[in-house]
Write a protein that binds this ligand. Structure first.
Ligand code: FE2
Length: 309
């Protein structure tokens, strides 16, 4: 992809992320936002939740504004092994953009890529959740002062998780809590760990109560895509090692990921979203600086590509 190609889309400002050419940075200009206000008003959030076809209507209204180029473009970013990730930015001084608008925009994006998986935590096709000073939950997701280690999503569910969207809806009194991401091909230890036969064994993956998933799944940490390239499905908290060999492998993997010098640390402004291929990008979060009034609201959608196999 050349920069000229990137800028062929009117109403968008497109460049590579300042820290990595693997991440495309897409800024939606206010002229596009203005044109979305009317079609987005057609449905309220309840309609989107209850009638799945309305979500495709939103997606179409976004794609139509770009003569159907935008959908193709973001699909090509996500499916290209060399990129696989983009950040979508809106003008956060534009007061027409509120949380409801961002839910709709994320919905539109997700339906240009494919279909969302059911999110058991919320019981919907998306989940909104807060990270705050105090937390009594049972996973790292909402523990503000702990590092959320690099991982992929959907490790403990039956459905395939090809991609994920994380949108930032609101933030107050936040310092720290930066997003960390790592592309598998940039990882210093990929070859060593990918070759290890333990990584190809089936592991058992469970999940804590808050996730509302009452079954366990079995799958290896590493597998290959159609071109033989490594793919990973891993999170530190949910595999249940069956023996010393699996336990030691997971410890080695965890250490090798966390010590990587090639992870990208980036701050995501309110009104922005990061969208990544979940098979070869890992994501995490740095700890927040302590503040009793800390509050961050996020939205996540995970799903399959339209042509997922
Ligand atoms: Fe995650």
């Amino acid at each position: 992809m050349t920069v000229e190609m990137l800028n062929a889309l009117e109403g968008f400002e497109i460049s590579f992320h300042s820290k990595s050419k693997r991440i495309v940075d897409i800024k939606i200009k206010d002229e596009i936002i203005d044109k979305l206000i009317f079609p987005f008003h057609k449905f309220d959030i309840a309609a989107l939740e209850y009638k799945p076809f309305t979500r495709f209507t939103l997606a179409k209204s976004l794609d139509d504004l770009t003569k159907n180029k935008f959908g193709n473009y973001i699909n090509s970013i996500l499916k290209n092994r060399n990129t696989g990730c983009f950040i979508l930015r809106t003008n956060n001084k534009n007061n027409k953009i509120n949380d409801e608008f961002l839910v709709k925009l994320s919905t539109a994006i997700s339906h240009l890529i494919g279909t969302p998986n059911h999110d058991s935590m919320s019981g919907k096709y998306y989940a909104r959740f807060f990270v705050k000073h105090e937390d009594s939950s049972d996973s790292y997701l909402r523990k503000a002062y702990m590092n959320m280690d690099l991982h992929t999503d959907g490790t403990y569910v039956n459905e395939k998780t090809d991609w994920l969207i994380m949108s930032k809806l609101e933030e107050k009194n936040v310092k720290g809590g930066e997003t960390t991401v790592l592309h598998l091909d940039d990882w210093e230890h990929l070859e060593e760990l990918f070759k290890d036969p333990t990584g190809r064994q089936n592991f058992t993956w469970g999940s804590p109560k808050s996730k509302n998933v009452d079954y366990k799944v079995e799958h290896p940490v590493f597998n290959e895509d159609l071109n033989g390239k490594p793919q990973i499905s891993y999170i530190d908290q949910f595999p249940e090692p069956k023996n010393m060999d699996q336990g030691n492998f997971l410890q080695k993997l965890s250490d090798a990921l966390e010590e990587s010098k090639n992870k990208i640390i980036t701050e995501l402004p309110v009104g922005s979203a990061i969208i990544a291929n979940n098979h070869f990008w890992l994501h995490g979060r740095r700890p927040f600086k302590e503040n009793k009034n800390l509050s961050r609201e996020l939205l996540r959608i995970r799903g399959k590509f339209t042509d997922s196999v």
